[in-house]
Design a protein around this ligand. Structure first.
Ligand code: NAD
Length: 289
């Protein structure tokens, strides 16, 4: 790290935890300025609106120089995604993709592969479980809710990785979003926690299969962020308050910080990291109580 970087970090560390100052933001921008994704191409699954974690990571990848393609789930979200993606240039590729449909996945990778010629980055930032499964107890989870949650939130990583791998001829980085509810019980997270455990296991098996092709597969385990998906979880506001009170950093993670980690995992700085779950949660995961 250069002199300026070290100085910024030491100033940031001396600040009280809590609000972010311009200096904190400079620290967050530091890796973005120094890490280039020039010559790499990527595809982003999971932008619904400007609050989406996928949008934060896409912005970091774009700022680092990677041309990106986007997908959206159905006509309802098309306009939002078009509006956001068009800020990356008029030619930005935007395609429909419901990740539970194999024909849509095949069509996306055919079009993206033909446009870019090769692919280096894939972001999987997609999850779904029927609302009723996230409101009451886990014991009541129906067979259908269990199936849908695992299909959309975990199997989709396998299907997307397979579609992307054939175009990742120079190696690549696949990043998926997970949550701590995969390993500890979070009230109301229910079947989504079980699906995230499957997603994390899929990440390890995919990392093993794709390692010889120099394709890395990792998860970011994010602390709670106020997004459309998060608001579907009963008591989500309480979770945000709990993290603020009990995480070592005494605050919640910012979308820009998830973007910075997404950029790190995409870049050569993470060239020897695969099959991992990286916690970006203000330290909450280390706490016993
Ligand atoms: P979000 O609502 O912005 O994004 C969820 C995305 O999943 C949406 O774009 C939605 O269209 C997409 N999706 C759902 N079903 C789909 C399907 N069948 N086909 C294609 N796309 C589909 O919410 P977010 O919080 O940004 O969620 C992104 C990821 O981050 C999810 O995997 C989520 O579990 C994970 N995550 C979120 C938090 C949080 O607190 N927000 C914390 C940890 C992990």
């Amino acid at each position: 790290m250069d002199k300026a970087g070290s100085k910024n970090i030491s100033i940031a560390q001396s600040l009280p935890a809590g609000d972010l100052s311009p200096i904190d933001l400079a620290v967050l921008n530091y890796p973005m300025q120094s890490m280039s994704l020039n010559g790499k191409t990527g595809i982003v699954f999971g932008v619904a609106n400007k609050r989406s974690i996928a949008w934060a990571i896409a912005q970091a990848w774009h700022k680092a120089g990677a041309p990106l393609a986007f997908t959206y789930q159905g006509e309802r979200l098309k306009e939002n995604v078009e509006e956001l993606a068009s800020t990356f240039g008029p030619g930005t590729l935007i395609l429909p993709c419901d990740v539970s449909k194999d024909d849509e996945i095949a069509s996306v990778f055919k079009t993206v592969g033909e446009k870019f010629g090769k692919l280096h980055l894939l972001l999987h930032s997609v999850a779904f479980a029927p609302k009723e499964a996230l409101e009451s107890d886990f014991l009541s989870t129906s067979r259908e809710a269990f199936r849908v949650a695992h299909d959309v939130s975990a199997y989709s990583l396998v299907a997307l990785a397979r579609g992307a791998a054939s175009w990742m001829t120079e190696g690549g980085s696949i990043v998926a979003m997970t949550y701590y509810g995969a390993e500890k019980v979070m009230p109301h997270y229910n079947v989504m926690g079980v699906a995230k455990a499957s997603l994390e296991a899929c990440t390890r098996y995919l990392a093993y299969d794709l390692g010889p092709k120099k394709i890395r597969v990792n998860c970011i385990s994010a602390g709670p962020v106020n997004t459309l998906a998060a608001r579907g979880i009963a008591g989500f506001t309480e979770i945000l308050k709990h993290y603020e009170a009990h995480s070592p950093l005494k605050r919640n993670v910012l979308p820009e910080e998830l973007g910075a980690t997404g950029l790190f995992l995409a870049g050569d700085g993470a060239a020897a990291i695969t099959g991992q779950v990286i916690y970006v949660d203000c330290g909450y995961q280390i706490m016993g109580m």
